[in-house]
Design a protein. Structure first.
Length: 559
């Protein structure tokens, strides 16, 4: 038997035999639902035989036959009622288990979010995207589509989405474009490091979303529930359906705070903070100002994460503040990273190591944060060093700065757009989807092997805009992305190591070395970060003005 668990109360399977029934009893099942009509195949016993064999070993039985391809709304409701009436756990079966999984999905539609249903069935090996529209409609077949239709639909109005919309409008003003995003506020996330270091006020990093939507672009203030790429359609929460000729997917990534036991309930108090959240970055600076002595731990999870240097930036700016106050000698700084290197591009490591030494920080590689006891001021790390068995250690802290694990958003992870790891699957040069020719992606959500930074999105947006316009005009891709990313590593107040690199760690400096040598700490780079990049972000990048971001022409190999 190939039994696949959907929930604690329900598992599904392919056709069972009479000989399987005692084993089901032994496995702990208490009821069976047969979703396969009698005489559908020569391999199946009739439902009356199964019922008799089930009752003989003390299992309850229900017969709820479903013809392939004809899962009705009413049958799904009856299935849901059966799950509440029968003792659990329940095994439901049909020829392959798909009909049973579909019935469960539709029966739970009014109770569970669509991404949760798609994730649970996908984990069991069943793809429910084909009935996503029905699930989003509360488990009922939509009686009308009510579709809106646009030339280009962009999912996500963060740095990538707003920039692509503006760049498209600057190239072809008559395009009918829609931006889909439920958020009221747009954040300049690169500024949160500076908030945590006492340089920016949090309010400087936020603007209302409505003030940034490019003129002539429709803003659909809603969340996406699912994608139907075969039908050029997006399903919104509430089952509204948006159709498109071309689609851009850039909703960012998910900060998975819940993966660390005990973290969510202690964030923002007990000395536990993170510059990865707007409301917590000010608490980082508050802790840095208050601490006189003790242990400060800075954590970094396994890649990928947005701005891989951000956990270090928090450590350096904190160390610098303690150095300036004269308390650094009394602060034990620990940098615990799940990875095995300080920074992924070796050219920048010597400069960073000099600051690690300056602040007396201890580097602990292969240390991954798995649990936090806020009131007890203790953090638990799993240590997984090469060729050694994993072990757990506990460390006390006075301040804990956490960088959370990060994944693709749930509605992306379970969609037909995702690769095996859950990220949108694109060609790394053209940023076009590998399977769907009218879909592009950029920013943190896609799987190209570049650093996930706002600077990367600044370079990617013109590439996507160029290639969409080329596609509209019947041409192949005209622009390519070289993997550029930038990480201004704030090693002290007033100095930055400006890391700029592309695919494969190839250095991609924007300035001559006499002005800014990115491998060394620089005051000029600090000026760039503090004074120049914020207005470039708000007034250029999000307005379609591609200063120092003109797309590179595509090569034959990239086509």
């Amino acid at each position: 038997m190939d039994i696949r668990k959907i929930t604690e109360g329900l598992s599904v399977s392919a056709q069972i035999t009479l000989a399987d029934i005692p084993a089901l009893k032994q496995a702990g099942f208490r009821a069976i639902i047969d979703n396969r009509p009698d005489a559908e195949g020569a391999d199946q016993p009739g439902h009356e035989e199964v019922a008799e064999a089930a009752r003989a070993v003390g299992l309850e039985f229900r017969y709820l036959p479903v013809t392939p391809g004809m899962v009705t709304d009413e049958t799904a409701q009856v299935f849901g009622a059966a799950l509440t009436e029968l003792p659990g756990p329940v095994l439901a079966y049909c020829r392959t288990g798909t009909r049973s999984a579909t019935l469960w999905s539709l029966s739970e539609a009014s109770r569970l979010p669509l991404p949760d249903i798609l994730a649970a069935t996908a984990a069991a090996g069943y793809d429910m995207n084909g009935v996503a529209r029905r699930i989003a409609n509360g488990g009922k077949t939509p009686t009308d589509t009510g579709d809106a239709k646009f030339d280009v639909v962009i999912v996500g109005a963060g740095a990538g989405g707003v920039s692509v919309a503006a760049s498209l409008k600057s190239r072809q003003p008559d395009l009918d474009i829609a931006l889909i995003d439920p958020a009221d506020i747009h954040y300049y996330q690169p500024g949160w490091t500076m908030v945590g270091g006492g340089i920016f006020a949090a309010q400087q990093t936020a603007k209302t979303m409505g003030s940034l939507i490019p003129k002539g672009v429709h803003w659909i203030k809603a969340a996406v529930a699912a994608f139907e790429p075969a039908n050029d359609a997006i399903i919104l929460d509430g089952c509204r359906v948006i159709k498109y000729d071309r689609l851009v997917v850039c909703p960012g990534l998910k900060l998975d705070w819940s993966r660390i036991e005990g973290l969510e309930e202690t964030l923002g108090r007990n000395g536990v903070t993170s510059n990865y959240r707007y409301d917590l970055a000010p608490y980082t600076w508050e802790l840095v100002q208050d601490i006189q002595s003790g242990r400060a731990i800075f954590t970094q999870p396994a890649m990928p994460i947005k701005c891989a240097g951000a956990p270090q930036k928090a450590m350096y700016l904190s160390g610098d503040a303690w150095h300036r106050r004269g308390v650094l000698k009394d602060v034990d700084i620990q940098f615990n990273t799940a990875g095995g290197v300080l920074f992924g591009v070796k050219d920048y490591v010597p400069a960073l190591e000099s600051y690690v030494q300056k602040y007396g920080a201890h580097l602990n590689f292969f240390h991954n944060l798995v649990a936090v006891d806020g009131p007890g001021k203790k953090a638990v790390f799993e240590v997984s060093q090469p060729e050694t068995a994993p072990r757990q250690i506990e460390m006390e802290f006075d301040m804990l700065h956490v960088c959370p694990p990060q994944t693709a958003p749930d509605f992306i992870h379970v969609s037909p757009l995702a690769d095996d790891a859950g990220w949108v699957d694109v060609d790394p040069a053209t940023l076009r989807h590998k399977s769907f020719e009218n879909i592009w992606s950029l920013g943190d959500v896609m799987n190209a092997p570049n650093a996930k930074t706002a600077a990367a999105a600044r370079k990617q947006a013109p590439v996507v805009a160029d290639n969409i316009v080329a596609d509209i005009n019947g041409r192949s891709a005209t622009a390519q992305y070289d993997g550029y990313g930038s990480c201004p590593l704030t090693v002290e107040r007033g100095k930055i190591v400006l890391a700029e690199f592309g695919y494969g760690g190839v250095l991609k400096p924007s300035f001559p070395t006499w002005l800014v040598d990115g491998t060394k700490p620089s005051r000029a780079a600090w000026l760039l970060k503090e004074k120049i990049l914020p207005p470039i972000y708000w007034q250029a990048m999000l307005r379609g003005r591609e200063w120092m971001a003109k797309p590179e022409k595509v090569t034959v190999a990239a086509r």
